[in-house]
Design a binder for this molecule. Sequence first.
Ligand SMILES: Nc1ncnc2c1ncn2[C@@H]1O[C@H](COP(=O)(O)OP(=O)(O)OP(=O)(O)O)[C@@H](O)[C@H]1O
Length: 237
Amino acid sequence: MLKSLLSVENLNAYYNKAHILQDVSFQVNEAERVAILGRNGMGKSTLLKSILGLEKIRRDGDVFFDGRNVIDMQTFKTANLGVAYVPQGWQLFPSLSVEEHIEMAYNPHTSDDEWTPASVYELFPEIEARRKVSGTKLSGGEQQMLAIGRALVRNPRLILMDEPSEGISTFVIERVIEVCKHMAERNVSLLLVEQNLDVALRATEKVYILVNGRMVYEASAKDFKADKESQNKYLGV
Ligand SMILES: Nc1ncnc2c1ncn2[C@@H]1O[C@H](COP(=O)(O)OP(=O)(O)OP(=O)(O)O)[C@@H](O)[C@H]1O
């Protein structure tokens, strides 16, 4: 039976008086890959940030992670329960090398299939070759690999990934899609925010659509791929 890992129930989120997310509910199961789609400004990034309690967003509702309600929990505590974040624009540090980013994030695990710095370098040899270089001196594609590698070595159970296809080449996009599938095989769930419909449909199994902060649609990626009418209605493609 599918076991729920993340369960968001009637989540509301506000920037000061602006009410951005409105009674949003959805689920991510263990080892499941889920995409949140929607046009610009619909609240996708705010949704990821609200799960972690970033940027002082005011929230109400319930966010259950592995059965615990994290709605009032501090960000670092939720992260320590096993939630990692790959932000839009990567948010790497100019003063830290590739190696330092990875070592600082590494959270050793006891299981045999843990992610280690070595296994991340095996996955992304491009960044291993640049271990001593500042994170922000890398190309866009390499920065994306580093941001994903930094999330993997946390050994999380869920990765929140914001627009990974933005600003990178089609070659790196293909790599990212493969990594998303590989992660789920290793029991890491994915919640992906993505503007690129093709990437979202290939990287995930289930899609939800946000319109003006409300969840208006839910389907398997396979069904949404065939549902051209909804693609046009909600995404204008
Ligand atoms: N820090 C902030 N302070 C105030 N309003 C914000 C802030 N960040 C985002 N917003 C507003 O919240 C709404 C949702 O933005 P959000 O970035 O979540 O949308 P999105 O669907 O991720 O779009 P995009 O793909 O353009 O990032 C928008 O109206 C945006 O202007």
